[in-house]
Design a protein around this ligand. Structure first.
Ligand code: NAP
Length: 286
């Protein structure tokens, strides 16, 4: 990778960010297309978020990804936000268009592309149970409701979060039947049994020793299991594979959300296979 006087900069704003695999994925993509771009990590401590975002404009930085803990807070510093990111309530990508900072959310796009292409899942007729109504869950829910599934049930440890998300979806995408389920609801087992797609959008499973997000006894043959976690094979995915179910982890979502951000910044089609190979290599999976 060569730097020139006109190298365009993009990067990741979050805290902490040191663990991120986005630089290797994006820089491999820029290299493969011969684009004079570079992706950097910006570890921004909480008091400095506003200055960091204003700095994108001041330093003529092309754009940024935004990660934990700033996906919601960053919205108040932007000039415009896409309707989808507004509905999700979070921004994970900024594009500096001639000094105008535009906020996007590519997490939902990353999820749906991964589900449709990597998982070859058809959305028609899907009865979905989504666990987790935080950042990832909101993006996944908006995309599923927009694209149309037969039914979407959302549950979260904090009932209010699931209810608020369901309320926003019912108001904005009234054609899709969406319901909130309180935690510990006695209908939970029945809902899993009736579902065809189970999505874990909580951090449960990220750490060694975490239990599966649901009792593996509930995993039935007709269920496709998608876990947005990408740092390891979660106990949920492990249990589902053991029962012969079709599964996907969050690696595809990560790659495709990155690809969507890449396309926003460069205006070029992202080299998905380059990005996938580089990130899998980095994760020790190739
Ligand atoms: P988040 O905003 O904290 O949301 C997680 C939600 O799940 C919270 O509302 C949390 O409640 C809830 N929750 C936790 N344990 C639960 C349980 N046992 N049952 C029901 N709900 C529970 O986190 P996030 O940003 O959405 O991230 C969630 C996971 O997605 C992380 O592992 C992250 O790495 C992953 N992720 C992956 C991608 C990708 O591209 N593959 C993209 C984004 C995020 P509390 O707040 O009360 O704990």
């Amino acid at each position: 990778m060569k730097l020139s006087g006109s190298t365009k900069i993009v990067g990741l704003i979050g805290y902490p960010v040191e663990h991120s695999k986005s630089p290797v994925m994006h820089n491999a993509a820029f290299d493969s297309l011969g684009l004079d771009f570079m992706y950097l990590l910006f570890s921004v401590r909480p008091p400095y978020l506003k200055e960091a975002v204003m700095g994108l404009r001041a330093l003529n930085i092309v754009g940024a990804n935004i990660t934990i803990p700033y996906k919601e807070e960053v919205m108040k510093y932007l000039d415009d936000i896409t309707a989808e990111a507004k509905l999700i309530g979070a921004v994970n990508t900024i594009h500096n268009q001639d000094g105008k900072l535009i906020g996007y959310n590519t997490d939902g796009q990353g999820f749906i592309t991964s589900l449709l292409t990597d998982g070859r899942v058809k959305l028609e007729g899907q009865k979905v149970l989504l666990i987790g109504a935080g950042g990832a869950g909101k993006a996944v829910a908006v995309k599923l409701a927009e694209r149309g599934v037969e039914r979407l049930v959302i549950t979260d440890k904090i009932e209010e979060k699931a209810k608020a998300l369901v309320g926003r979806l019912q108001e904005n995408i009234p054609d899709c039947p969406v319901y909130a389920m309180p935690p510990g609801d006695k209908e939970f087992a029945k809902t899993v049994l009736e579902s065809t797609l189970l999505i874990n959008a909580t951090p449960v499973g990220m750490k060694e020793g975490d239990p599966p997000i649901i009792d593996p006894e509930y995993l039935h043959k007709a269920l496709f299991v998608y876990d947005v976690i990408y740092n390891r094979e979660t106990p949920l995915i492990e249990a589902a594979k053991k029962r012969g179910l079709r599964t996907l982890d969050g690696m595809g979502m990560l790659i495709h959300q990155g690809a969507a951000s890449f396309e926003i910044w460069t205006g070029q089609k992202a080299p998905i296979e380059v990005m996938r190979n580089r990130i899998l290599q980095e994760a020790g999976k190739l």
